[in-house]
Write a protein that binds this ligand. Structure first.
Ligand code: IPD
Ligand code: CA
Ligand code: CA
Length: 269
């Protein structure tokens, strides 16, 4: 794929194309023998994470040299504060390294402090989730909406655990137990970006995770909001990108109910 002509300013079509091109790298490398480096005991990086990131950063740095970029494997590339990219070149690396098909590329673009565009691409399912501020959210071009379950009791939830789960007291076990008793069930898929896309598409009703980085959640948060849902920190904080407030994403009614449980659990910890 040659890619669409690069514009002066990013457009949703440009970001969607970039996510598809990076996703193609993940798809081609899937199931091969990987070079695995350890960032932590259960925190891996493969040569495919790096190849996907090199494609995305190379493209953005060529096209938008003044922009700032936060990307998982390269950290921060300081540029102007007005235009900021949040890139996860492979979200779900542990799945990927084990040959499990739940992973994606996640790209978000922020302008003047507000997320504008998001694209999350799952190359194995050929599913492209995308959103534009004020315009809506789509799956392969078709509009998506969050679900509207009558209550937490009738909801299917999803969560994730941080990489420091073996040592940190903020490990999500208490929250996991509580929501498991209060809902229809709690899934754990291993890709924060896909978790949020599935909430945006109404496949899952609610998602929470205590700690996440901006590249994990930026695109998914815009997707949920543009699909009619609410995305905040786990204790209702509005700032989710630059402080580690985690994420709580769901339709408004379920969000309020889950927030009550999370606040209560945090008070007891
Ligand atoms: C991880 C995944 C996982 C979440 C972790 C993330 P990575 O991202 O999104 O679902 O539980 O907190 O770090 O390392 O696969 O890009
Ligand atoms: Ca990630
Ligand atoms: Ca990653």
């Amino acid at each position: 794929m040659g890619g669409i002509t690069s514009p002066m300013h990013p457009t949703l079509a440009y970001i969607e194309d970039l996510a598809r091109r990076a996703g193609e790298i993940l798809r081609t490398g899937y199931g091969q023998q990987h070079q695995i480096d350890y960032k932590g005991e259960a925190d891996l990086v493969t040569e495919v994470d790096r190849a996907s990131e090199a494609l995305i950063l190379g493209e953005l740095m060529r096209q938008f040299p003044e922009h700032s970029i936060f990307s998982e494997e390269s950290g921060e590339r300081a540029g102007n504060a007005e235009d900021v990219w949040f890139i996860d070149p492979l979200d779900g690396t542990l799945n990927y390294a084990h040959g499990m098909q739940a992973f994606c590329v996640s790209i978000a673009y922020e302008h003047s402090g507000a997320l504008q565009f998001a694209a999350v691409y799952d190359p194995m399912a050929n599913e492209l989730f995308s959103a534009e501020r004020g315009q809506g959210a789509w799956l392969n071009g078709k509009p998506i909406r969050v679900s509207n379950p009558p209550s937490l009791r009738e909801s299917l939830l999803v969560t994730g655990f941080p990489y420091d789960v073996r040592t940190s007291p903020r490990n999500n076990f208490a929250e996991f137990e509580r929501f498991s008793r209060l809902s229809q069930g709690v899934r754990r898929l291993g890709s924060a970006a896909l978790d949020m896309c599935y909430v945006a598409a109404g496949r899952l009703d609610g998602y929470w995770q205590l700690k996440l980085s901006a590249w994990d959640l930026a695109a998914g948060a815009l997707l949920v909001q543009e699909a009619g849902g609410v995305a905040t920190g786990v204790l209702g904080q509005t700032e989710i990108l630059r402080q580690q407030n985690g994420v709580l994403a769901a339709s408004a009614g379920l969000h309020a109910e889950m927030l009550g449980v999370l606040r209560e659990t945090a008070g007891e910890e």
